[in-house]
Design a protein around this ligand. Structure first.
Ligand SMILES: Nc1ncnc2c1ncn2[C@@H]1O[C@H](COP(=O)(O)OP(=O)(O)O)[C@@H](O)[C@H]1O
Ligand SMILES: N[C@@H](CCOP(=O)(O)O)C(=O)O
Length: 321
């Protein structure tokens, strides 16, 4: 579940009164999500999502994230707008924590995407990359190869307690990733975490792209690799779903064709994308007590994807005839 803080009816009504959104009718805590507390707010005018930022988010980054939502939404991307309060502020402080109210978007997250849905997500990602290129905000990616290495270093000898194969796997791949990571691919503002649970689908259509709290400036092709790794496998990462992976790439390239340098880099970027989630999940695994409210995510689901990409070479990214 992800409601870490209790907010009573009076707190919520007081808070909502700071916005020009009508009167509070109902508020329900949302179980999905891990990082923040979220409520579905209904007023006599519309529905909204109220987010309280609990951890992982630097207050200084909030203007970047919330401004990005407005920029992308204004450019026609299916991204929720930030609702500003009556004084024009994008976020407020409640009980010492930052909160923001954002537009509610319709749709459901899918567990087993179809090729049609993957095609639509690929196209939506490409449109996002085009629209974010002129976003004036700046935020560096704080999860690049040297950051994965330092997270793994902090896991130390406990890495093998998660799975005995993990230390050898990270030791085998990290040197290549550190040495060969590109430095000259086209950059834009990327989502960096576009997993199925961060996309709201309406059938084969994308109703919403949400959870931009890893967004940063980095290679567009790295975001393609993250999204490919997140969408194109069964949950455990044991089986590559070729039809889904190809559809995702085709959807992306319809809206933003990859350059030859980007295409050539994708096998390494995909190994890196998988390693990024191995590293953060391994760190969180060891950092989260077994009986915590939050369900821990298994790093091995991405270790298997990493092995797949290392063996598959450029096959998953080769254009289909
Ligand atoms: N703008 C939105 N419109 C509709 N539902 C949303 C929206 N934002 C978040 N949600 C719902 O809240 C859940 C958790 O949000 P998310 O931003 O992914 O939280 P976390 O960062 O904690 O993972 C989502 O799975 C979705 O059900
Ligand atoms: N997508 C990441 C976890 C990030 O959590 P989120 O709930 O903020 O998307 C993973 O699967 O490891």
């Amino acid at each position: 579940m992800a409601v870490y803080t209790h907010l009573g009816a009076e707190d919520l009504a007081d808070l909502i009164a700071h916005y020009d959104v009508g009167n509070l009718v109902s508020a329900k805590g949302i179980a999905e999500g891990v990082s923040n507390s979220n409520w579905l707010i209904e007023t006599d005018r519309a529905r909204y999502i109220l987010t309280m930022y609990e951890r992982r988010i630097e207050l200084d980054d909030l203007p970047f994230f919330l401004g990005l939502l407005d920029h992308l939404s204004a450019a026609g991307c299916p991204v929720p707008r930030t609702i500003h309060d009556r004084e024009g502020r994008a976020w407020r402080i409640l009980d010492g924590k930052a909160i923001a109210l954002i537009e509610f978007l319709p749709g459901v997250s899918v567990d087993r995407p179809t090729p049609g849905q993957a095609y639509a997500v690929g196209a939506a990602l490409a449109e996002l990359h085009r629209a974010s290129a002129d976003y004036p905000g700046s935020r560096a990616n704080d999860l690049r190869p040297r950051d994965w290495q330092s997270l793994l270093d902090r896991c130390g000898g406990d890495l093998g307690s998660i799975d005995p194969h993990l230390p050898a796997l990270t030791a085998r791949h990290m040197p290549d990733l550190l040495e060969q990571w590109p430095n000259d691919l086209p950059e834009t503002v990327i989502h960096a975490d576009l997993f199925p649970d961060n996309v709201l689908m309406l059938g084969d259509r994308v109703g919403g792209l949400i959870d931009f709290y890893f967004a940063c400036r980095d290679f567009a092709a790295y975001d393609v690799a993250v999204t490919h790794a997140a969408w194109s496998f069964d949950k455990a990462g044991s089986r590559y779903r070729e039809d889904v992976g190809s559809a995702l790439m085709a959807g992306y390239e319809r809206a933003r064709p990859l350059s030859s340098a980007e295409r050539a880099a994708l096998p390494l970027l995909a190994r890196g994308a998988a390693m990024r989630f191995v590293a953060t999940r391994a760190f969180d695994w060891l950092d989260t007590p077994e009986d915590a409210l939050v369900t821990r995510k298994d790093p091995m689901d991405f270790a298997r994807r990493l092995e797949f990409y290392a063996e598959a070479g450029d096959a998953p990214f080769a254009p289909k005839a």
